[in-house]
Write a protein that binds this ligand. Structure first.
Ligand code: NAD
Ligand code: TDX
Length: 332
């Protein structure tokens, strides 16, 4: 393997993955990214020009995707519409990018017989009760709740069908909630950090009892590279770092780390259909492929992330007012 095509490589996790690949392999990388509102060229700055190229284009257009796939040995597919709240407002780009886009990539890797790794989410499994001792495994039945998670579930099903029916050489990973630098400020953790920087109280949906299983984006990247290099074709691997926390705990920790009283937040309108709890059992990935996360301490990872947003205000500031205006319309 010499040349890698990374879709969505200008987004939060895709850009992290490109940096990881450049640092840990000899591969050359082409990023295919539409540069939607969620992308940032800055996240790819400083990478070696002889090893990384950015192609601006849409994964749902076969005339863009097909020749690029033909020129590469493997595809790692991150590109997606990724925010649940946006999918509740307008599902249409989620259907187009997440389902039609994945179909377009599948047809190209089928035609040119290229290796594919498809990046997905634990949200395809629906949610768990708070007191349920079970966690999601590779055998948990699909039960998505939102237009976002349903579109990701649809994309996973397409990949599995193309493996079985056409012999496409693909793997799938389903990861839990990521945090770290370059995450769009519409998402929970960066929204609250940038609110506190602005002297605005963090906004907690509903009671805040909802649990997410946090993993640092660097650990997601190392897991995806391990699966690409050593994963068994046709298999699904769950990626998680045993980071279950409820949203109230996370808001309180952000406030504490930023020197504010721990009750200095507002409860706002809940998300429609809000999933209660996600939790990943990642034993297959750890035992079969020997992967382990590096960020074991959520509090220090969060402190680094807070420092990053404090130091990169020029990056997020232009998007803050418009992002908050959209939430304000919904009483959030
Ligand atoms: P993101 O929204 O930050 O980035 C998505 C990227 O895809 C952007 O650069 C955007 O421009 C690009 N894109 C969108 N539509 C496109 C199109 N039609 N053609 C080409 N490029 C397009 O998302 P993220 O948080 O980095 O998530 C990346 C992937 O990881 C997604 O597939 C998501 O479902 C999955 N995932 C995310 C998380 C998480 O916590 N963020 C957890 C598990 C899985
Ligand atoms: O202001 C907020 N207040 C709040 O309480 C926001 C934006 C969110 N929340 C809650 C909703 C969720 O319970 O925080 C939790 C996390 O919310 P998001 O950051 O929107 O993430 P989530 O909906 O859990 O989905 C994320 O993880 C799985 C990613 O956005 C998905 O792309 C990924 O698949």
């Amino acid at each position: 393997m010499d040349r890698l095509l990374v879709t969505g490589g200008a987004g939060f996790i895709g850009s992290n993955f490109v940096h990881h690949v450049i640092a840990h392999t000899d591969l050359r990388v082409t990023v295919l990214d539409k540069l939607t509102y969620a992308a940032s060229r800055e996240a790819l700055a400083g990478l070696p020009e002889d090893r990384v190229e950015l192609v601006v284009g849409d994964i749902a257009e076969a005339e863009v995707v097909d020749p690029l796939v033909a020129e590469h040995d493997a595809v790692v597919h991150f590109a997606a519409e990724s925010h649940n709240d946006n999918s509740l407002h307008d599902p249409s780009p989620f259907i187009r990018t997440n389902i039609l886009g994945t179909y377009t990539i599948l047809e190209a890797v089928r035609r040119h017989d290229r290796r594919l790794h498809h990046v997905s989410t634990d949200e395809v499994y629906g949610d768990l009760e708070l007191d349920d001792p079970k966690r999601f495994t590779e055998d948990t039945p699909y039960n998505p709740s939102s237009p976002y998670s349903a579109s990701k579930a649809g994309s996973d099903h397409l990949v599995r069908a193309w493996v079985r029916s056409f012999g496409v050489r693909a793997t799938v990973s389903n990861c839990s909630n990521n945090y770290g630098p370059w995450q769009h400020i519409e998402k929970f953790i960066p929204r609250q950090i940038t609110n506190v920087i602005d002297g605005v109280r963090p906004k907690l949906y509903g009671s805040g009892e909802n649990v997410r299983d946090w993993i640092h984006a660097d650990d997601h990247s190392s897991a995806v590279l391990r699966i690409l290099e050593q994963g068994r074709v046709g298999e699904t691997y769950l990626i998680g770092a045993d980071g279950e926390k409820n949203n109230l705990e996370v808001v309180r920790l952000i406030l504490k780390l930023m020197g504010r009283p721990e009750d200095d937040f507002d409860h706002v309108n809940d998300r429609a259909g809000h999933d209660l709890r996600y939790a990943i059992e990642s034993g297959k990935l750890r035992q079969e492929l020997g992967w382990a996360p590096k960020f074991q301490d959520f509090e220090s990872g969060l402190a680094d992330t807070i420092a990053w947003y404090q130091e990169h205000e020029d990056w997020w500031r232009p998007h803050k007012d418009a992002t908050e205006a959209k939430y304000a319309e919904k009483g959030q």
